[in-house]
Ligand binder design. Sequence first.
Ligand code: SF4
Ligand code: SF4
Length: 368
Amino acid sequence: MKVLKKEIVAGSAIQTFHFFIQWHLTERCNLSCRHCYQQKGKVREMTPEEIKAQIDGAADMFQAWEEEQGMTLSPSIHFTGGEPFLYDGLWDAVAHARDAGCRTAILTNGSLIRKEDARRAKTLGVSEIQISLEGPRDIHDKIRGKGSFAAALRGARILAENGQNVMANVTLSRLNADRIEETVETAKDAVFSSIGFSRLVPCGSGHDLLAQMLNPQEIRQAFSQILDLNGPDFEVSSGDPLATVLAGVKPAKGCSLALSGCSAGFSGVTVACDGTVMPCRRIGLAAGNLRKSSLRKIWATSRLLWRLRNRENYKGSCGRCILWPVCRGCRAVAYACSASQGRADLFADDPQCWLIDQEETPPAAKFP
Ligand code: SF4
Ligand code: SF4
């Protein structure tokens, strides 16, 4: 365990370590999307003052990593919700994160953005604002509610007119996977500067959409189409581990360090609006709480996070796979799908991986 910790924290194979915090400022939202992963219920949100103090704590952690591990760090904080524009301290938090040396991004449904917000985003140097887009108008409104497409595009336009980078992000499922090309065209026409795709995770309200999950071959086809649509004028991408696999990313021979792929436990962390720290919002398990402990301490000592870093915990094909260092599957999908079968297992195989589908347990030699 000691050796493992040293290797991963040092990130010896990585020159610049990109680390992100996905910071949920609120659970409140003005929409009610079918695939939302938020759990309903009352929570005590952190105040802007609490959030700023915790951003300072995170900045200290980043500085300590650089000094102690001799690495160059590129930290970013992605503020989201619920709907982050419903949180009164949003701009305070963004400004504080910027002053602490972090890149900032905002993930939103876009519907509440006003000209004043666009001006502030630009003044504060927000790197990117990501607006959820589910497809052309009919699909988007079916998933996110009537009128939500027009509202999202209005927000995107206001931002773009102020010279802001606006990315569209799509959650892939059977509800929209047959409209990928049209969705990309929609985003282009609507002044988005790029588009990204992520997978539906059947947790929260999204649990009802279990039947809408794509099977391994459908996911492969969808990611393949996404890679083909990428071009110099308009970026079409996916940060999903399986898209990385399809793009041909491979670890160096003999490498056993996690380098890319699923960020849970490795290169990113989620902070919920009540201070709960999670490996990923879509996994939903708690590693600690900022009201009781610092992020630095939680990151260094959480048993849950260390379990995610230890390859020996990964079951079946994912554990044996030579692509483990650059993939590990989506732990949230693995967890949610195994839970739906009554045997929740964070380290189960990713059920949407087409490589596993070939046989029950593909040996490492089968991978390209
Ligand atoms: S668990 Fe899935 S959604 Fe979360 S970071 Fe990993 S790949 Fe992304
Ligand atoms: S078996 Fe697991 S680690 Fe290997 S490619 Fe598939 S999802 Fe990724």
